[in-house]
Design a protein around this ligand. Structure first.
Ligand code: AMP
Length: 281
């Protein structure tokens, strides 16, 4: 495995691989790697000759009062993890390399960045769009691997790639969960033991809601109320939002129909946890 911090250097290595006719799979992350990330890596390894993993905690996707400083940074551990997963190239740029002092460009994706998490994290998805555009320009992969756990991020990046004609295929991988159903996340590290015991209620509530819909419930408000009640009764979590939206456009649904994304964000102490489930009606 090669650990690369320099943009020119990674470009050279990738150009060489492409000359050999090798396909490039790309897994962008913010590090603190876990089994969720590993599933993306393994998917890429199965489908490509070369797998590139990037680790970059992107300052432009954190709000002023968010956890940029506290976000876990575990370079040695991540490199070992990536090596075990047989990643070919790990790209580990510094903030200065990605955003030199002279940097002036921004990217704005409308509408689908404004619902769900976007309502509470203004600018977040524009920061994601910017860094992913830059990383795609550097790595020029054939396939970009993303996790369904971050459903809105997937929708925004699909839109970005379509709008800007970026020549990359997007492959969305299922959410990897702990045995008790909690979606794996680097932010789970912030949970106290009590909060960790409570947090699986999020997925239980989502599954329960799916069952309700499959049993015939079509009223959005009822579904949301049911999820909220389960979370409130079984945990100390503070609900930021619970929404039922169209899975493609992320726009709110009055009556439930088509492909419905049920998504939520709940605070457990310092940890803001997100999760979602798709129900096909
Ligand atoms: P992050 O490091 O949290 O920015 O995540 C990097 C990539 O891994 C994103 O595409 C995430 O959606 C994906 N990812 C994070 N957690 C999981 C999980 N539990 N299951 C599947 N993919 C995940």
């Amino acid at each position: 495995m090669q650990i690369i911090t320099d943009i020119k250097k990674i470009r050279t290595i990738i150009a060489q691989a492409k000359r050999r006719g090798q396909s490039i799979g790309f897994v962008p992350t913010m590090g603190a790697l876990h089994t969720g990330h590993a599933s993306l890596i393994q998917k890429s390894r199965r489908e490509n000759a070369v797998t590139v993993l990037s680790v970059f905690v992107n300052p432009k996707q954190f709000g002023a009062r968010e956890d940029f400083a506290a976000y876990p940074r575990e370079k040695n551990k991540d490199c070992l993890f990536a090596k075990k997963q047989k990643v070919d190239i790990i790209f580990y740029p510094s903030v200065n390399k990605i955003y030199p002092r002279s940097f002036l460009t921004s990217i704005k994706v409308d509408r689908i960045t404004k619902t769900l998490c976007g309502r509470f994290r203004p600018g977040h998805f524009d920061g994601v769009a910017l860094v992913v555009t830059k990383l795609l320009n550097i790595v020029t992969p054939d396939v970009l691997y993303l996790g369904q756990k971050d459903a809105q991020q997937c929708a925004v990046l699909k839109q970005l790639v379509r709008d800007l004609d970026i020549p990359v295929k997007i492959n969305i991988c299922p959410t990897v969960r702990e045995n008790d159903g909690l979606a794996m996340s680097s932010r789970n590290q912030y949970l106290t033991p009590k909060q960790r015991r409570e947090a699986p209620v999020l997925y239980r509530a989502l599954r329960d809601a799916r069952q309700k819909i499959q049993n015939g419930e079509r009223r959005t408000a009822r579904v949301i109320k049911h999820i909220a009640a389960l979370i409130r009764h079984n945990s100390s979590g503070r609900i930021q939002y619970i929404e039922c939206v169209n899975a493609d456009t992320l726009q709110p649904l009055q009556g439930l129909r088509g492909e419905v994304l049920i998504a939520l964000a709940v605070w457990f102490g310092k940890a803001r946890l997100i999760d979602n489930i798709i129900v096909k009606i």
